[in-house]
Design a protein around this ligand. Structure first.
Ligand code: ARG
Length: 289
């Protein structure tokens, strides 16, 4: 009985209290502005903390992206995107992200962009947007030094290692058929190249920059590279969530700025030696500048 009465009393009291508060609010002038925050000057609102854009990258792709001894993500893509972002006035943070699932993470908003030696393809453009291209690439074949392979078509009867979901896999699937059991898929390109070293596959098809870097840094593997002009030229872009035109414009502006002021060439030289576009320009146009 007592308990019941107490509950009833509390209910009534609660209703009354709410009524009083409502009445108070409706009768009086608007409530006073909130007290100013102690440290902020009354005139200027405190600036919102700057957004840090999260960049997904599969950091097993030297020299474009890899992890150093300290676990930091370093490489050409990191330098280019960081420099472009700086020009655009935005802050970026790289997060190691497995290649498989990297575009899902982008679509779901877990990453604001993907800078991971991503080739701009028509198929990908259906589901994501890209910055302007920032690097030219092409597929390249890695084989053992004693291999008889001299061109892409020579791989038709061989076991070929590729990284799943890459343009290298696509090229190989086109050559031998998607379901051909001779295609050996790996979650990273270095794993495919390790398999070549141990003899599990006869060849690896992957981006030229990465293959050249790996072969140069693994002399013990006794590899050589084989190029083929039938591989279609590729261009890397920064992938963005479809419709993110605001970030796209910022990045394009930043990329244009670092190309214009020589920053891009410096970064390029750091990783690949000579400056890029200039070499391909006709001598006359270079001289006239
Ligand atoms: N350029 C190729 C592609 O877009 C391979 C990129 C792989 N990148 C990486 N960081 N694993 O399909």
């Amino acid at each position: 009985m007592n308990v019941m009465r107490t509950r009833r009393f509390l209910q009534i009291a609660g209703t009354l209290a709410a009524g009083i508060v409502l009445a108070a609010c409706s009768k009086q002038e608007p409530p006073p502005p909130p007290a100013p925050v102690a440290s902020a000057p009354a005139s200027a609102p405190a600036p919102a903390p700057a957004k840090v854009y999260v960049v997904g990258t599969d950091a097993a792709y030297a020299p474009f992206e890899s992890q150093n001894e300290k676990g930091e993500i370093v490489g050409f893509d990191v330098d280019v995107v960081t420099a472009a972002a700086k020009k655009a006035g935005i802050e970026v943070k790289f997060v190691n992200t497995p290649w498989e699932g990297i575009f899902n993470a982008l679509g779901q908003g877990d990453r604001d962009m993907v800078a991971s030696a991503v080739t701009i393809t028509d198929e990908r453009k259906q589901t994501m947007d890209f910055s302007d291209p920032y690097f030219d690439a092409q597929q390249l074949i890695a084989v053992k030094e004693n291999s008889k392979v001299t061109k892409f078509a020579d791989l038709k009867k061989l076991k070929i290692g590729v990284q799943t979901g890459t343009t290298g896999e696509e090229a190989v699937a086109k050559l031998v058929g998607k379901t051909n059991p001779n295609i050996k898929r790996f979650e990273s390109t270095p794993l495919a190249l390790k398999e070549l070293e141990s003899g599990g596959v006869d060849a690896v098809v992957a981006d030229n920059g990465v293959v050249i870097h790996y072969v140069a840094n693994n002399p013990g593997g006794k590899f050589k590279t084989v190029s083929d002009k039938d591989f279609v030229p590729e261009k890397y872009g920064i992938a963005l969530k479809k419709g993110n035109t605001e970030l796209q414009a910022k990045l394009n502006k930043g990329l244009a700025d670092i190309k214009a002021d020589g920053t891009y060439d410096q970064i390029y030289a750091k990783y690949f030696g000579a400056a890029p576009a200039k070499a391909a320009e006709p001598a006359a146009s270079a001289a006239s500048k």
